[in-house]
Design a protein around this ligand. Structure first.
Ligand code: ARG
Ligand code: ZN
Length: 871
């Protein structure tokens, strides 16, 4: 048990910084075990007060502290493990400090550390305090000049901004000096030093400036950066066209590193990426990798305006940059890859992660009001729900007012650190709308449930709709108020044709109903035939919709809703109901057959894109189903879902085989949406075929794997073999490992496919794999591939009735927490939902959480999440 109870930080306690740093010169003498960092800062008292100067500093070995050239004695300053305090600082002065740090032994991967023999940094949110003494908060903006010195072996010495000078030094050393003309908070600082290869390109911006683009990667890997470079150029041009935002430096750099706690980081002019989100070629990366690379490259680039030039006043405002930037990258991906398919994928991810978060003890608002460790708040709620809130804002005020509000925001806040209130104020002004009620979306946690009842009055040709909303309580928020919810509605007739109607006297095909109270009654007129209601089109709000629609209505929507999101959704709802009925012991065999037939018809629809059909073929995931079952029984869900998969596989075997043969890639591989869509459908067909318990399927899967000309198909084949199991899977695994053992990113996939294996023996195998020579728990990608994949994507085995799956996870959390608290804390999520499961399982999960919190020497990160999960 922790003896010191950590004190939460509260939004309500925000106060402006007591001291500002306008200008800083940093000098790094890079040595793996003893790097010296000198800082020369122009410091200024902020406002009329007599407070002491208190700068953050953790894991720093202080060498000296001087003010205006005079070294301070021990009595003039104090240094404890967390702060440098100078009681009697002047109002404006030069502060010079020198510290020593040990990058090589920094396995928390936060601050300055080493990855693959190279120096690199990660400072968001609070890593800069592990590099030098600093007011480590996002509302202190400073101009940085950085001098780096190192042994010649570290050939590339990089930091933010423009290269001012570089050259050789005596003793086989080199130096480089960088200057960033844009004032920035320290969390956007970056430094890289090492031997790297570079891929170079150029882009001409909308005003005709030429920007140099460089992607730095491990030696020999430059060709694998080509796709990221292409995605970068498309992102830069898209931001000019969609938001009028031009890049502002003459150089833009990205560096890929193998050891990285998250996806990527938007440091000004020098983005640092997890190599798994940057390196790709057809042989080693799947289409899903290409797709993620495209969206993360865009995301980090878009941060240049939404994050770097305009940043957050404090970390409670994290969604100001993250939710907005996710919204921007989702819009970009939709333009690149098709709006409907992108929307479906985004909503699947939202439901899987954010809805689950909202239903558990870790639920929190898009803008939280207190935290222990801000690193614990880089969540699906802040990112994905944060993006949904902005999407609703655009729906509510319309695209023109939305763009005008964004323009006003950029104009008003460029160069500043600001708040969500100020952001929303820009849209209120641009649209002339009162957005006071809308703001509740930022402050209220939980997923609203919207119910829809409809009644058709044939004589009056009127459709009466009654909508209500209710949000279940979440921790700390027992009562909820109504939110303004945009519900996009269209009508079909019983034959699946679009049916026009009237609202306020105007004939239309679609309308947005804003439900802004607890309930609302709306009448649509001019409805000539009995309608089928297509509600919440495009998933117009992040809510759970319960409508009184009958299965027959959903079949109409599945066959012909022009809103492709709702066409897909109708299929999911039908499947969900069938699987849950079976899991609860009342299988509906007739309904299952009918569903299989409808999916067969949808597959033969010539007009539908392959990527869309691939999504139609996939049943709701087991975690998604678990959210809909109370209490959740993961074993029963798995069995029931497999039963429906088998029925589909048998019923559709000829269509599936036809798709599988007919969609083979002919000619050259292209990672574009069309090529990826065909491969997705072909692999989805194979995955479903694998549910047909007949031996020749193993041959088809083995043949698919053996003939694969790219990683997408190789993984499609290996995945199918995993589902079939037995000797063919073992052979595939051995072959795969031998072929790819020198490619870490590919071997991550090898670990992950075994972690997803739902068969009885999988847990033993996963535990065994932690002793495999290629397993390295200090590398976050490898750890996630095995442990996080198992805990989050293999519910049937993770929730083993013996509790062994939970025990395995808790052991991993405790082991990793000793050196990397951020990564350890992220694993807690999987235990957080314990109240939603059967009492037997819930008790076992809870016991592991209790074992975690009662462990000596726990990090704040893990302590915060584990204790909140128990509360
Ligand atoms: N800002 C980064 C992004 O683009 C993520 C940083 C994550 N930091 C953390 N402490 N979790 O999304
Ligand atoms: Zn981001």
């Amino acid at each position: 048990m922790r003896t010191d109870t950590p004190q939460p930080i509260r939004l309500a306690d925000y106060r402006p910084p007591a001291f500002l740093v306008d200008e800083v010169n940093l000098t790094f003498d890079l040595q793996p075990n003893a790097t010296r960092v000198k800082a020369r800062m122009q410091v200024r008292r902020n406002g009329d007060h007599a407070e002491a100067l208190r700068f953050n500093g953790e894991r720093l070995k202080p060498i000296s502290v001087a003010i205006d050239g005079r070294t301070l004695g021990e009595a003039e300053r104090t240094i404890d493990g967390e702060f440098l305090v100078i009681p009697d600082a002047p109002d404006a002065f030069v502060l010079e400090t020198e510290v020593e740090i040990d990058p090589e032994n920094n396995k928390a991967l936060d601050g300055l550390y080493m990855s693959g023999g190279r120096f690199c940094t990660q400072c968001e949110a609070e890593g800069f305090r592990k590099i030098t003494f600093w007011p480590d908060r996002p509302d202190v903006l400073s101009r940085f000049t950085v001098r780096i010195e190192a042994d010649k072996a570290f050939r590339h010495l990089l930091s933010n901004g423009n290269l001012v000078q570089s050259g050789d030094l005596p003793g086989g050393r080199r130096f480089a000096v960088w200057n960033d003309p844009f004032p920035k908070p320290c969390y956007l600082f970056a430094l890289v030093g090492g031997e790297l290869d570079v891929l170079e390109d150029k882009l001409v911006t909308m005003t005709g400036r030429t920007v140099d683009l460089r992607i730095y990667v491990d030696p020999g890997m430059a060709p694998r950066a080509a796709y990221a470079m292409d995605a970068l150029k498309r992102s830069m041009t898209w931001d000019e066209e969609a938001f009028g935002r031009e890049y502002d430096l003459d150089l833009f750099m990205i560096v890929a590193v193998r050891d990285f706690n998250f996806g990527a980081m938007e440091n000004k002019g020098l983005n640092i990426f997890n190599s798994s989100l940057l390196l790709a070629d057809p042989a080693t990366a799947t289409d899903m990798d290409f797709e993620r690379i495209e969206s993360v490259v865009a995301h980090e680039y878009f941060h240049n305006w939404t994050g770097d030039r305009i940043t957050c006043r404090d970390w409670f405002q994290l969604c100001l940059k993250e939710g907005l930037t996710v919204f921007r990258d989702q819009s970009f991906s939709a333009d690149m890859r098709g709006h409907a398919v992108q929307r479906i994928k985004d909503v699947k991810a939202l439901r899987a992660r954010q809805f689950a978060e909202d239903q558990g003890p870790l639920a929190h608002p898009v803008r939280p009001s207190s935290y222990l460790k801000i690193d614990n708040f880089y969540t699906a709620t802040i990112y994905e729900k944060g993006a949904e809130v902005i999407r609703m804002l655009k729906t509510l005020i319309g695209p023109d007012a939305f763009r005008a509000g964004m323009d006003l925001y950029f104009e008003r806040w460029d160069g500043h650190a600001t708040t969500v209130e100020e952001f929303i104020r820009c849209f209120a002004e641009a649209s002339g709308r009162d957005l006071t009620d809308f703001f509740a979306w930022y402050e209220q946690a939980g997923t609203p449930k919207v119910t829809l009842a409809s009644r058709y009055d044939e004589a009056a040709r009127a459709l009466h709709l009654e909508l209500t909303q209710a949000t279940p309580p979440t921790p700390g928020q027992p009562t909820k108020r109504p939110l303004p919810i945009p519900v996009t509605v269209g009508l079909l007739d019983q034959d699946g044709r679009t049916q026009a109607f009237e609202r306020d006297g105007k004939a239309i095909d679609e309308t947005v109903i804003v439900l802004d109270g607890a309930s609302a009654k709306i009448t649509l007129t001019g409805v000539d035939r009995p309608p089928v209601v297509s509600a919440l089109r495009g998933f117009s709000a992040p809510v759970r919709l319960e409508s009184d629609a009958e299965p027959k209505d959903r079949y109409v929507l599945l066959a012909g809703d022009p809103d492709l999101f709702n066409r897909w959704e109708a299929g999911q709802e039908l499947a969900r109901a069938l699987i849950l009925a079976r899991a609860e012991g009342r299988p509906d065999e007739v309904g299952e057959e009918r569903y299989a037939e409808a999916v067969g018809r949808a597959l033969s629809d010539q007009a539908a894109e392959p990527a869309f059909k691939a999504l139609l073929l996939a049943l709701p995931s087991e975690p998604d189903l678990a959210l809909a079952m109370r209490p959740a029984d993961p074993g029963a869900i798995h069995e029931a879902r497999e039963a429906l998969r088998e029925r589909l596989a048998v019923h559709l075997q000829h269509e599936l085989r036809r798709l599988h043969t007919g969609l083979q890639d002919l000619g050259e591989f292209s990672p574009d949406a069309a090529g990826a869509g065909r491969r997705a459908l072909r692999n989805a067909a194979l995955e479903l075929l694998a549910a047909n318990p007949r031996s020749e399927i193993a041959e088809v899967a083995a043949g698919h794997y053996a003939a694969a000309a790219n990683m997408t198909d190789a993984m499609g084949g290996l995945n199918a073999l995993m589902l079939i199991g037995g000797e063919p899977f073992e052979q595939g695994l051995t072959d795969f490992y031998e072929r790819w053992k020198s490619e870490p990113l590919v071997i991550d996939k090898w670990f992950a496919v075994q972690a997803r294996d739902p068969s009885e023996t999988a847990l033993g195998r996963v535990i065994g794999l932690t002793a495999h020579p290629a397993f390295d728990a200090k590398n976050p990608n490898r750890l996630r591939a095995l442990v996080s994949t198992f805990a989050n994507f293999n519910p049937a085995r993770f929730h083993d009735p013996s509790g062994a799956g939970y025990r395995f996870l808790a052991d991993q959390i405790l082991a990793v927490d000793r050196y990397n608290p951020m990564i350890a804390a992220r694993l807690i999520d999987a235990l957080g939902g314990w109240r939603r499961y059967t009492p037997e399982l819930g008790a076992l999960m809870k016991a592991e959480l209790q074992r975690i919190v009662s462990t000596e020497g726990l990090s704040k990160n893990v302590f915060e999440l584990a204790s909140r999960a128990l509360a």
